[in-house]
Design a protein around this ligand. Sequence first.
Ligand SMILES: [Zn+2]
Length: 346
Amino acid sequence: MRAVTLVAHGGLEQLGVRELPEPTIQAPNQVRVRVQAAALNRLDLFVAAGLPGAEALVFPHVVGSDGAGLVDQVGEAVRQFRPGDRVMINPTLSCGECPACLEGEHSLCDRLRVLGEHCAGTAAEYVVVPAENLAPIPPAMPWAQAAAFSLATLTAWRMLVTRARLEAGETLLIWGIGGGVALAALQIARLIGARIIVTSGSDAKLDVARGLGADIALNHRKTDVVAEVRQHTSGRGADVVADSVGEQTWTGSLRALRRGGRLVVCGATTGPMVSLDLRRLFWRQWSILGSTLGNRQEYAEIVRHAAEGRLWPVVDRVVPLSQALAAFERLARGEQMGKLVIEVAQ
Ligand SMILES: [Zn+2]
């Protein structure tokens, strides 16, 4: 089969479209999916560069955490899917046996792994995953959107709904509105009925964000985001700030946060090391929350919203497998507005 594979760590130059043997079902609960489309995430760039704990990767490594396709074969214990079913893939691989898994908190699993990060991913003609990681694709949802749905939407849902407990009427600040998680957060915040402030360095992206329901769209290259947030909140600051940017936005996130506000972090694109004045933390009674992926109940909830047409990923562009590298480069340059999708089946 053809697959986008990494032959060593060291960045995008190690990626290429190569021939690999097809994966086979190894356990009774597994399903082999014939991938129709795979979507990129910033995680893929980190995997290419080499993440801590990546020593165990077997090269050539198939990248990709998001995908959608047709069920091709099922293990003997699989009852809920049959060959030919249209499915999308939840990339959260949990053990099912540790205390967190038994409590239904799969993203807190002691042995949490992510498809495409710790094992062979979706950017290939076939991928093998546990049946619990599959969901039926809403009939109206095309392959590209189905491929783009899971990781970003699940991450944004847990971040805003479960962790930050964003409520109707509250003000949410989202930094960097081009990425998949930020755009999913925008849609989820609309569902909740929050007031949404987004930022971008691109006026074109801000226009799209307004069309998607952002109440206030700020160009962070041209305006003082913190001052604007304060002005739009009667000087108080935002109730919730969603930040996946990291070092570049950390100070601004805290300055834009109201007393008693919640800062929720699900990424560190510009770097992971920040500082914090503990006096401000306790005096302002901030909550600083980490969030990653989501549990199966949260996944079922976002799939239900998708089936009812309320959560629908924004796709930047779809490229054939042969042009996958160009899509990774676009992602690395941060030019995308929405998800980049690789059409795997021709
Ligand atoms: Zn577990």
